[in-house]
Design a protein around this ligand. Structure first.
Ligand code: ZN
Length: 476
């Protein structure tokens, strides 16, 4: 029966590509051998009062206005014709999400649990019965032991045992198809394969057996880190900040530090149960010894930015699109060797300035971290030369650019989205190969295409949005 079911799934998948009718809130990430989809139950704002060790200074800097973007997510992995669910959320929107792919709860053959909190196991039961009739359920032995321990439950007063009671109800409903395993440390030479291609990794502390999952290994690995963070914008720059619902906060902090270091070192994509949409991205180190999260670009954001660019600049080629997104992450950093050279270069370019056909000020890429500011603002004395130069140099230090591997992954994602847009840009395939060859050699800067230069005569400087708004906006 199960075999037939899986065959059927494979057929459905082949006919309906994963992204075809899915809800726009669902974000999918394609790996070489698997497709990972985030199934959001809700987006919400986290509560700063639940953070342990977040000083007012930390909150002011990383959660201004008390804003802590958060979500509740489950994950769906399609691999080798098999549908695996990681956690089951509250069960509020889970079944609707599956439906948007054309699947039902019957199609799920494996459920991997990260831990047994209500926002991860709520969807395991429907009307008090097992919601996934054909699924086997896996969780760590440590997690199982904790929630089934009478001693642990009895430590709580009687009115506060519902977490234990709900966990036990869920476990009972799947009793004969539960498998327990002991997850490996994230950097252990021998990883713990739970089902083919998916590995259980110890991330203990939030709960005693809190487990995350690695999809694939080595270059292709993708980490689903579950509840490693609850306030990502605070806990990445400050991994030492815990939450009041960590069962063992100190152990949770140690797990977070270890796994963040691993994710940054390996530049692998990660997803989190409580990271706001799109809930997938990369981690890298900041200059203060903490970490930065860079979310993955979404198809909608890329499409909008590219359509906008093509509307304004119809002669745009692939390398101009590359440049637009590259500038959004790297700013002007890569072209400022020193202040004197920046000044000479700016003076020289002003001497050669011809009227451009572009906008005077426009945001870069899809996020608009920087602006392209046309040199006419200096040429026509709207902005004093010295001030403009100062703003330009200051802009170089105003962003934490991603490491090369993260940028390459983002670019590959952009190309994947562009392929689907069928833009028919002249020389598209050749430009694609050219850029990918440059990236393979570790070269990241690309000039505007000759067609673009000819038509629009771009003469601009990249100024950080915040520097521009602070220092230059008033002149325009
Ligand atoms: Zn949770």
């Amino acid at each position: 029966m199960k075999k037939i079911n899986q065959l059927l799934i494979a057929t459905v998948f082949a006919v309906t590509p994963a992204a075809a009718q899915q809800a726009p809130e669902i974000f999918s990430y394609q790996l070489p051998l698997a497709n990972v989809s985030v199934l959001p139950e809700m987006q919400q704002n986290g509560n700063p009062n639940t953070l342990i060790g977040a000083t007012p200074e930390i909150l002011e800097k990383y959660a201004p206005g008390g804003i802590i973007p958060s979500a509740v997510n489950a994950f769906l992995i399609y691999r080798y014709g098999q549908l695996t669910l990681i956690d089951a959320g509250f069960g509020a929107k889970l079944f609707e999400r599956l439906q948007s792919f054309g699947w039902t709860a019957d199609d799920i053959s494996v459920v991997l649990l990260t831990h047994l909190h209500g926002d991860h196991i709520g969807g395991l039961l429907r009307n008090g019965k097992a919601a996934f009739p054909n699924a086997t359920v896996y969780l760590s032995k440590q997690e199982y032991d904790y929630w089934t321990s009478g001693e642990e439950m009895n430590k709580l007063p009687e009115g506060r045992r519902s977490g234990f009671e709900n966990a036990r109800k869920a476990l009972d409903a799947y009793a004969e198809r539960i498998f327990l395993f002991t997850p490996a440390e994230i950097d252990a030479p021998e990883q713990r394969e739970v089902i083919p291609g998916i590995y259980g990794v110890a991330a203990f502390g939030h709960t005693p057996g809190h487990t995350m999952y690695k999809v694939g290994l080595g270059e292709e690995q993708f980490l689903i880190w579950a509840d490693l963070t609850h306030a990502t914008n605070v806990q990445l720059p400050h991994p030492e900040v815990a939450v009041t619902y960590d069962v063992h906060p100190e152990q949770a902090v140690a797990s977070r530090k270890k796994i963040l270091a691993y994710a940054a070192k390996n530049a692998c994509p990660i997803a989190g149960s409580h990271i706001a949409f799109p809930s997938v991205g990369w981690v890298f180190e900041n200059k203060q010894g903490g970490y930065v999260f860079q979310p993955s670009l979404t198809p909608e954001a890329v499409q909008e930015a590219v359509n906008e660019q093509l509307k304004k600049y119809p002669e745009t080629r692939l390398q101009d699109i590359y440049k637009n997104f590259f500038q959004d992450y790297f700013g002007p950093g890569h072209i400022i060797p020193d202040a004197a050279a920046a000044k000479n270069y700016l003076q020289q370019e002003l001497g050669e300035y011809e009227e451009t056909a572009g906008a005077i000020i426009e945001p870069t890429g899809s996020e608009g971290r920087f602006y392209r500011v046309d040199l006419s603002v200096v040429k026509e004395n709207k902005i004093p030369f010295g001030l403009f130069l100062e703003a330009f140099i200051e802009s170089a230090n105003d962003a934490t650019p991603p490491p090369p591997a993260v940028w390459v992954a983002q670019w590959n994602k952009i190309v994947h989205i562009l392929d689907g847009m069928q833009l028919h840009l002249p020389g598209y395939e050749a430009d694609k190969a050219h850029i990918s060859a440059l990236l393979a050699e570790g070269k990241f800067t690309v000039h505007h295409s000759p067609a673009y230069q000819e038509r629009y005569k771009p003469h601009y400087r990249i100024i950080s949005k915040s520097v521009f708004e602070k220092k230059l906006r008033k002149f325009i």
